[in-house]
Design a protein around this ligand. Structure first.
Ligand code: ADP
Ligand code: MG
Length: 324
């Protein structure tokens, strides 16, 4: 068993507004071991970004966040704003879906890659920081890195911008790297290149990773274990190989069935074509199994909350049915 870098138990997030309370996350558990790469998968709207944002205190002001327990790097934390602000950009770095959100159009790439390192390496001079930035850029496959350091974000293609953002995240040498749909905004050929960069990174860095994606194929390629979310609840988790080859929760099975080509990303706005029905309203969550209304294996007991079952190979799933 690897030592935990991040442990979150029973994470709940809700929003209050116009007389309604929307429960977005309900009892989410996540453990990321040191040096481990964990994938968070689920349909659009299942709460994946909410998990990532909660870790960094980046949720909207009206979000109510609670957890039974949260610990990062051996310390208990309440993920309060002040605490996480100190971790953000040093111990935890995040790569967003749209690289432009992380880049300032007014400064050269070189200046931005230098500035991002200042908090982490306050005693190093600009020249040393510049050289490090240039070598990381070259490392992750940006051609003519020396020349490109003097260019502005708009002079880069989408795929090259995402590489710059990955370089930014790497330069702070984080303990945890969170990538939220890092390839969703890119077209298919560029996506493959960025996956390749993340893949190399995975082999080279000792950082733990949390990769958020609606694509099981991407997660299979980049992660050791996977957490499957449906409507703000973890329905299944475990080692990637086990979950892929023997999905035990009916939702995981449906999700995999939708990805005929595991390397082709799903349209993030598209609902699960093969599952009739829709995701429950977060303001009116059913008391029993959250997936029951759409589950092909539904029966009477599903109106009660299903037990969490532990399978032999490290897989865990929440279902009344005991899968073989
Ligand atoms: N500020 C907010 N107020 C109310 N609901 C929100 C807010 N932000 C996000 N949500 C809701 O949270 C749910 C989960 O969103 P998100 O975490 O972005 O899902 P994913 O990343 O899996 O696509 C969605 O139903 C979304 O509408
Ligand atoms: Mg998201």
């Amino acid at each position: 068993m690897t030592e935990a870098l991040l442990t979150i138990e029973n994470l709940n997030v809700s929003y209050r507004g116009s007389g309604r309370v929307a429960h977005i996350l309900d009892g989410v558990d996540i453990m990321i071991g040191r040096g481990q790469s964990v994938g968070l998968v689920g349909e659009s709207g299942s709460g994946k970004s909410t998990v990532a944002f909660a870790l960094l205190s980046l949720l909207a002001d009206n979000a109510e966040v609670s957890a039974r327990r949260a610990a990062f790097d051996g310390r208990e934390t309440n993920f309060g704003a002040r605490e996480t602000a100190a971790l953000r950009g040093t111990d935890i770095a995040m790569i967003f879906q749209d690289p432009m959100t992380a880049l300032n159009p007014l400064f050269t790439i070189g200046t931005q890659l230098v500035d991002i390192q200042r908090q982490r390496f306050p005693n190093e001079n600009r020249r040393a920081l510049w050289a490090r930035a240039e070598s990381v850029l070259a490392d992750i496959g940006v051609p003519d890195a020396a020349g490109r350091m003097h260019r502005y974000p708009h002079e880069f293609s989408g795929g090259m911008r995402q590489r710059v953002v990955i370089a930014m995240a790497l330069l702070v040498e984080p303990k945890l790297l969170i990538a939220d749909e890092p390839t969703t905004a890119l077209d298919a050929t560029i996506e493959a290149q960025v996956v390749e960069v993340l893949h190399r990174l995975r082999q080279r860095t000792s950082a733990s990773m949390l990769i958020v994606s609606h694509s099981m194929g991407l997660i299979a390629e980049l992660c050791d274990s996977v957490v499957v979310m449906y409507a703000g609840t973890v329905v299944e988790s475990g080692p990637v190989g086990a979950v892929l080859h023997r999905p035990r929760h009916p939702y995981t099975r449906a999700l995999l069935a939708c990805e005929i080509d595991p390397y082709a990303a799903l349209d993030p706005t598209q609902d699960l074509a093969t599952i009739p029905g829709s995701v429950p309203d977060p303001a009116r969550r059913p008391p029993g199994c959250i997936f029951a209304s759409r589950c092909p294996a539904r029966h009477d007991r599903c109106s009660d909350r299903p037990p969490r079952r532990q399978a032999r190979d490290g897989q865990a799933y929440s279902c009344w049915l005991e899968a073989a």
